[in-house]
Design a protein around this ligand. Structure first.
Ligand code: NAD
Ligand code: WQD
Length: 337
């Protein structure tokens, strides 16, 4: 198929690009490079021996996007483009609502005009807000207790896409709710390259392991979890990528929603110790106060994806730490090395 990947130069997008190219799809990428580097796309080509068609563009630029559709002629779209930093979204909510929501509206307008009605959207476990129960199934309520504007944009975009598919039965949409993506491609050529201080645990741990930062702050050790630290469902980014391929191959009319996670909860201290094994030396950490808005624990039930998409994750946390370390140690400054 001819697949347009928005946000394809980013962390998750570059890994999806590898999966799509390896499966012999033609891949077009739209990215404004606001949080990514074009070097990622060169590395995607080195890994796969194939190239993508790259369009440097803000998805909110509707005429520009129309031109991309005319020249690339996609049959389906995987939409990842958007802003994702939770803390930044609290400080600058309008930028988040504008970018994430208007990028999506612009995209679906252009898709509608072009008669392209197959769409996969990067949603997030964050739409569950305060989890109603654990493990989370797709039936759990959403939108109660979402603690930041970033999370609200995901919730609102899900609703926009549901309304669209209700009004026009030709649409086939998959909402993929990612849990916590970690790791890197096994080659170590592409990986997560956060700008500034990483917001997420795994890249922070990796930077401490590489000597780029001094000490990991563990945000709270008094939660009601196995060791008192926060528990999450960490999924290898290549497993996440293969979930997109499975969703693409199994798109059905209307909107289908899938959790993409492992179903396994892992604590912050367990992550630190798993990474110590991967990098081969102890990592300095200290217990700090809880981070505002954090949940004690969240992990999913991913049976629906297994049942309907024939997808399940195959890579362990050990593998994720190994791959993340390979990427971090060979590219200590990310793509700017
Ligand atoms: P990322 O920042 O690495 O990738 C997003 C890409 O979108 C970047 O390359 C950025 O330059 C591009 N972009 C941003 N605004 C754009 C715009 N207006 N037009 C065109 N391109 C634009 O982030 P990621 O971690 O790869 O996340 C990809 C998607 O997955 C995002 O939608 C994110 O919200 C979602 N998601 C991420 C996580 C996570 O923990 N990383 C979890 C759940 C969902
Ligand atoms: C994981 C655990 C922290 C950093 C966020 C977004 C979510 C999704 C994924 C996009 C928690 C602890 C972290 C550190 C720590 N993104 N931690 N020290 O908060 O589950 O989810 O990213 O959709 O929307 O909210 O991920 O990696 O930030 O935190 O102790 O320096 O690690 O308290 O328990 P989180 P995270």
């Amino acid at each position: 198929m001819r697949i347009l990947l928005t946000g394809g130069a980013g962390y998750i997008g570059s890994h999806i690009a590898v999966e799509l190219l390896n499966a012999d799809h033609d891949v077009g990428i739209v990215d404004d490079l606001s949080n990514s580097s074009p070097i990622a796309l060169q590395k995607v080509s080195s890994i796969t021996g194939k190239s993508t068609d790259f369009f440097e563009l803000d998805c909110r630029d509707t005429p520009g996007l129309t031109g991309v559709f005319r020249s690339f002629q996609p049959e389906a779209v995987i939409h990842l483009a958007g802003l994702k930093a939770v803390g930044e979204s609290v400080e600058d909510p309008l930028r988040y609502y504008d970018t994430n929501i208007n990028a999506t509206l612009s995209l679906v307008h252009v898709m509608e005009q072009a008669g392209v009605t197959q769409l996969i959207f990067s949603s997030s476990a964050t739409v569950y807000g305060d989890p109603e129960f654990l493990p989370l199934t797709e039936q759990a309520r959403t939108g109660i207790g979402i603690s930041n504007p970033y999370g609200w944009t995901k919730f609102m975009i899900e609703q926009i896409l549901i309304d669209l598919a209700t009004s026009q039965p030709s649409w086939k949409i998959a909402l993929l709710r990612y849990f916590n993506p970690v790791g890197a491609h096994e080659s170590g050529l592409i990986g997560e390259d956060p700008q500034g201080i990483p917001n997420n645990l795994m890249p922070f741990v990796a930077q401490v392991a590489a000597g780029r930062r001094d000490i990991i702050e563990v945000f709270g050790d008094d939660y009601d979890t196995n060791d008192g630290t926060g528990v999450r469902d960490y999924i290898h980014v290549m497993d996440l990528a293969s979930g997109h391929l499975a969703a693409l191959e199994n798109l059905t009319p209307g909107v289908s929603t899938y959790n993409l996670g492992t179903g396994q909860g892992t604590s912050v201290l367990e992550i630190i110790h798993a990474f110590e094994l991967a990098c081969g030396h102890p990592l300095a950490y200290k217990i700090s106060p809880r981070r505002l808005g954090d949940l004690p624990s969240t992990y999913c039930n991913a049976d629906k994806a297994r049942r309907e998409l024939g997808w399940s994750p195959t890579r362990s946390l050990t593998q994720a730490c190994h791959d993340s370390w390979l990427w971090q140690s060979t590219n200590p400054e990310g793509y700017s090395t």
